[in-house]
Design a protein around this ligand. Structure first.
Ligand SMILES: [Fe+2]
Length: 366
């Protein structure tokens, strides 16, 4: 595996990050004189966030998409992409919302040589023009503000699928992370997005693409999330916990951008697609089981994992189960409508796709 050589890895992330409570107020200086398309979510209007953003952007705001759903569909993105590139009024996209909003905005940024949106996503066609992006997450979890991925839903046939656009030119120019924006999140959304971040951190460790940098970031992110998520779960307005969770989600996003995801995310897809389970929940309930599968495959990976709970902890998997129990997330497959054999079948199916290839174990202990 590349990480075992000690030098055979690459690490690249071009996103400038500005982090801190109240940092949204820096938006006007980051925008400068550029004409802006604001992309945000429907309830931003009801919560007053949209009015605040309009005030900050002033006359630089020339276009608005304010109803991005939690599952952005390719056909809707295609329509928006065609309109924006036909009108050519904007120079900068500002995306304010959770991972879905930022992913939607990223899919608008690039104009392929042919001009056709679907060429951008179905074949490697040259990009001839690109808009810049300022990403402002309002959840702490997806890490989309620092990754080159955009996850969209393809509903063109009867069985919807998730489609991931992976393109280095959709990295944001700036990630503007203001943890105060997460205070208005419903409790369940805070938990689910935080667990998505924990999944990104752990999946970066049991991953063949891990680097010395992702190991550092992932261990710290996982330790922070394990300590702070129960506090934020019980004390809604605990700003110190929210700040630490937002920081950890950013660290986990930086890992995700390098390593991509692995087996826990592979297991999440059928639940999200067939049952509508929120992504963060679907990608975290299986973490203790995947941790068990990851153990004893690589002494180096085991050593990194042991740094999360400390080398004196003899049963980190049980501790992780305790955390999920505290957060009211069941870890048995039956609770998610799966038998043990169905879980094994799904995992074995994914062992030969990219997520399976990222996982350090090449077989399962069933
Ligand atoms: Fe995720």
């Amino acid at each position: 595996m590349p990480h075992e050589t000690g030098f055979d890895f690459q690490h690249y992330n071009p996103v400038r990050t500005i982090f801190g409570p109240g940092s949204l107020e820096h938006l006007p200086e980051l925008v400068g004189k550029r004409r802006v398309l604001l992309v945000t979510f429907k309830s931003a209007r009801e919560t007053g966030l949209l009015a605040r953003l309009k005030g900050l952007l002033g006359d630089r705001l020339v276009d608005l998409i304010d109803e991005v759903p939690s599952r952005p569909e390719l056909k809707d993105v295609q329509q928006a992409h065609e309109r924006i590139w036909r009108e050519r009024r904007v120079e900068l996209v500002v995306a304010v919302g959770g991972g879905s909003v930022i992913d939607y905005a990223k899919a608008l940024l690039c104009l392929p040589e042919s001009g056709h949106f679907f060429d951008l996503i179905t074949r490697s066609t040259p990009v001839v023009k690109r808009l810049r992006l300022i990403a402002v997450p309002t959840t702490a979890g997806s890490g989309s503000e620092v990754t080159p991925f955009s996850v969209l839903w393809d509903t063109r046939d009867a069985n919807p699928t998730k489609f991931t656009l992976h393109q280095s030119r959709i990295y944001a120019e700036t990630a503007l992370i203001d943890p105060e924006l997460t205070l208005s999140l419903p409790k369940l959304v805070m938990r689910n997005s935080g667990l998505d971040a924990l999944s990104h951190a752990l999946e970066a460790i049991w991953n063949v693409n891990a680097t010395p940098m992702t190991d550092l970031l992932a261990v710290e992110a996982a330790r922070t999330l394990i300590a702070k998520l129960p506090i934020a779960w019980h004390f809604q307005g605990h700003i110190k916990a929210r700040i630490m969770i937002a920081r950890a989600a950013w660290q986990a996003g930086l890992c995700l951008a390098q390593t991509r995801t692995a087996l826990a995310h592979a297991l999440s897809y059928p639940l999200t697609i067939k049952q509508g389970t929120p992504h963060g929940l679907a990608s975290s309930w299986s973490l203790p089981w995947v941790w068990q599968q990851a153990q004893n495959n690589s002494a180096e990976r085991d050593a990194v994992l042991s740094r999360i709970y400390g080398p004196s902890e003899t049963d980190p998997v049980a501790r992780l189960c305790e955390l999920l129990y505290k957060l009211e997330v069941p870890t048995e497959p039956q609770a998610w409508g799966l038998s043990e054999s169905e879980r094994a079948r799904i995992v074995l199916e994914h062992m030969h796709n990219p997520k399976g290839h990222n996982f350090i174990a090449k077989g399962l202990r069933l």
